[in-house]
Write a protein that binds this ligand. Structure first.
Ligand SMILES: *Cc1c(COP(=O)(O)O)cnc(C)c1O
Length: 360
């Protein structure tokens, strides 16, 4: 028998969530597949959405080339743009779209060999996040330089939200107003919304949305009615049991001390698989479909859970670490992080693709 740890990837959930993004947004949607599709496997996710996606987005060139190597021909945007003229040439050779977010990337286009033609450039505006992009007062001159280049045939204007996941934060509206003013009158399509924008800020919808986390079924805005379906089910099994007496301590650092007789299940899943070590005692799991909780520190290869109230469960019982029964957002909260980080940290466990996950 194999080690039972695995990440079941429900491709029907991916399609469902993508269709939902399109319904909410109305316009075209780039499915964001950076970081190996947030841990779900970029090539397989691209193949799954090939017929319905208007295009894909990845962070950097090598991620895009991996899709091209796998035969994915759909429009693909490189969100960080080129790091060198050579990267720009490779992007051009593969028909990739590139973000331009700082001066040096305009210089690369200007200095690239003259044979480079028909670039579709996404000009990124810093509408307030102050991380990447052209400041509003420099947008028009950046645009003019790109428009003057014979190598550029199309300019799309984009920006990125800093806190669209906070429904009451005034910043999102301010960013929209800043973007609209900075780009007023400039020809070209517009793109603003990420997942939180699509789900919570209909007024942010422009020609293109760029949705990542919602495709994978983790809601970026906690508390909003959740029509999303989780694409990843991180699963394993109990492979051994232990009985603790009152006063016994458990695991590294002896952080858990039993107050009563406690039946502990050992689960084949650890932080080397991407389960967060920061998840403290009490983080939710399910065993045989029933709620339980973690005990003590997560180890590299295994973790410990409380079976005391589940007399019917033991060695061989299926455990869900996150998925349909345990929202990945809940685990993230217990680990002091966000679902994004948990999902894209999943490694070492096999990714098993299915169109209909069976409940455990
Ligand atoms: C990652 C990324 C997105 C997707 O964000 P989600 O919150 O996962 O939807 C969109 N735009 C840019 C520029 C990104 O880097």
């Amino acid at each position: 028998m194999n080690r039972p740890a695995r990440a079941l990837i429900d491709l029907s959930a991916l399609r469902h969530n993508h269709a939902l993004a399109r319904r909410h947004h109305g316009g075209r949607v780039l499915a964001v597949l950076k970081a190996n599709a947030y841990g779900h496997g970029a090539v397989r996710c691209a193949q799954t959405l090939a017929d319905e996606a208007d295009g894909f987005a990845v962070a950097f060139l090598d991620e895009a080339l991996a899709l091209r190597d796998a035969g994915i021909r759909a429009p693909t945007l490189v969100l960080e743009g080129a790091f060198s003229i050579r990267e720009l040439e490779a992007a051009h050779a593969h028909g990739l779209w590139v973000v331009v977010h700082h001066d040096d990337q305009i210089r690369m286009i200007e200095q690239a060999p003259v044979g480079l033609r028909d670039l579709h450039v996404w000009l990124k505006v810093d509408s307030g996040m102050r991380r990447a992009g052209f400041l509003p007062k420099t947008v028009r001159s950046a645009y003019a330089r790109l428009a003057a280049s014979a190598k550029v045939s199309r300019i799309t204007l984009m920006s990125h939200f800093a806190s669209a996941d906070e429904p009451d934060a005034p910043m999102t509206r301010e960013q929209l107003a800043t973007f609209d003013a900075a780009t007023a009158g400039l020809p070209g399509e517009r793109s603003f919304s990420n997942s939180a924008g699509v789900l919570a800020w209909p007024e942010a919808n422009r020609d293109w949305a760029r949705t990542g986390i919602l495709l994978y079924g983790a809601h970026p805005v906690p508390g909003l009615a959740d029509e999303l379906r989780p694409a990843m089910h991180l699963q394993s099994e109990v492979f051994a049991e232990r009985m603790l007496d009152p006063g016994d301590v458990l695991g590294y650092g002896a952080t858990f001390k039993a107050e009563r007789r406690t039946r502990v299940g050992l689960v084949a899943m650890g932080y080397a698989d991407g389960y967060p070590r920061a998840a403290a005692t009490g983080t939710p799991v399910t065993v045989g479909g029933r709620p339980a909780r973690t005990l003590g520190r997560v180890s590299m290869d295994m973790m410990t859970i409380d079976l005391s109230d589940l007399p019917g469960e033991g060695i061989g019982s299926p455990v869900e670490l996150w998925g349909a029964q345990v929202p990945v957002n809940a685990v993230a909260q217990h680990a002091g992080t966000i679902a994004y980080e948990l999902l894209c940290n999943v490694k070492r466990v096999p990714l098993i693709y299915t169109d209909s996950p069976s409940p455990i």
